[in-house]
Design a protein around this ligand. Structure first.
Ligand code: GLN
Length: 353
């Protein structure tokens, strides 16, 4: 399972051009291999999503990762080319397209910019305390953006854009997952009608729901997500083709919201433990952006209680520590000094307190 894709003669190339320390490719491969082993141990603690019955059939033991540095060759490991449905990862694409087509004012007229602190399919905060969804990366926010996009675009347009931005012409609609979710999406249907009652969704609710669910059912691989991540890491430009897919500002907004809201009600702890803007989906996908360094795609369908890939999160945590990808990387940090006692002693010794 932990095959390493043979990338040929770039073996000793530096994997990630970092500010503080450079890792050699072979060393990075060792680090990722070790992290994969630790991450696999988490799989028995998670479960595949079953509220979409078709997702319940997926093998929970799969795990794969691709790291695509802005310079140098990709590193691909494990089930990196297995297809899965994007689910909520596609909300990043909805956001990018909405910002580019409709503009910031229109987008943030429909959705907020704040973490919700609630489950991804919650109706509570939308009904009780807020006039619009907290952010575009939860179900209510995604549905609101679909209402904005529907008059502008067809599903085929979105599919084409997704294939292009992921450099993956094989992305398609997984009909079985789509049909399965349409039969069981009463929570999303409730959210959509609630949005209509608040005047946020003006389009036909059922059309919007179908459009949203189709986007969630687009297939990707860890490899395709790493390509999208690398474009976001490179301010919206594809490093391979030189093509700009979005403005710098759109890329910045997407990355910021991924950091603060991308992991639902687990976003805060993920930001502290991993510190890499990431968007998860209940299909087991994780799209991560190590800004100016690399795009990362992960697949691990066993989920934790918040609906995030349990092994994928562990994998990213290990890699973030060992490859120094944390956004707030501290060059003096190491596992030993993470101990609380050490820190308190450090403060005392320096007479800060
Ligand atoms: N299609 C799923 C839903 O709407 C996406 C949720 C997710 O990935 N968290 O429930």
């Amino acid at each position: 399972m932990t095959d390493i894709k043979n990338n040929g003669p770039g073996e000793e190339q530096l994997v990630i051009d970092k500010q503080y320390k450079l890792q050699e490719r072979s060393k990075a491969i060792e680090i990722i291999k070790k992290a994969m082993g630790l991450a696999r141990e988490e799989i028995p603690n998670g479960k595949v999503a079953t509220y979409i019955p078709e997702l319940g059939k997926v093998d929970p033991h799969q795990l794969g990762i691709v790291i695509k540095p802005l310079k140098g060759e990709k590193i691909c490991m494990g089930d990196y080319d297995v297809r899965f449905t994007m689910q909520s990862v596609c909300k990043v694409i909805m956001l990018i397209v909405s910002l580019e087509l409709c503009g910031r004012k229109a987008v943030f007229g429909k959705v907020g910019m704040e973490p919700s602190g609630e489950a991804f399919d919650s109706l509570v905060e939308l009904d009780v305390s807020n006039s619009k969804p907290y952010n575009p990366l939860i179900n209510s926010g995604g549905l609101a953006l679909c209402g904005l996009l529907l008059p502008e675009l067809s599903f085929q347009d979105i599919l084409r854009f997704t294939r292009n931005i992921c450099s993956d012409p094989e992305i398609e609609l997984n009909e079985a997952v789509y049909e399965s979710e349409m039969k069981t999406c009463s929570r999303n249907r409730s959210i959509a009608y609630l949005l209509q009652s608040k005047g946020i969704l003006n389009k036909d609710v059922e059309d919007t729901l179908r459009f949203y669910t189709k986007m969630c059912s687009m297939t990707a691989t860890a490899d395709s997500l790493s390509n999208l991540g690398a474009i976001l890491a490179n301010d919206g430009v594809c490093g391979d083709s030189g093509k700009r897919f979005m403005s710098s500002r759109t890329a910045r907004i997407a990355k910021t919201l991924m950091l603060t809201c991308g992991m639902y009600d687990g976003s805060g702890s993920f930001a502290i433990k991993v510190g890499i803007p990431t968007k998860s989906g209940v299909g087991g996908g994780l799209l991560s952006v190590s800004d100016k360094r690399a795009g990362l795609g992960v697949f691990g369908p066993a989920l934790d209680s918040q609906g995030n890939s349990i092994a994928g999160c562990k994998l990213l945590r290990e890699i973030s520590n060992d490859l120094r990808l944390n956004l707030f990387y501290d060059p003096e940090w190491n596992r030993e000094t993470e101990e609380e006692n050490e820190l308190i002693k450090g403060i005392r010794e320096s007479h800060i307190i």
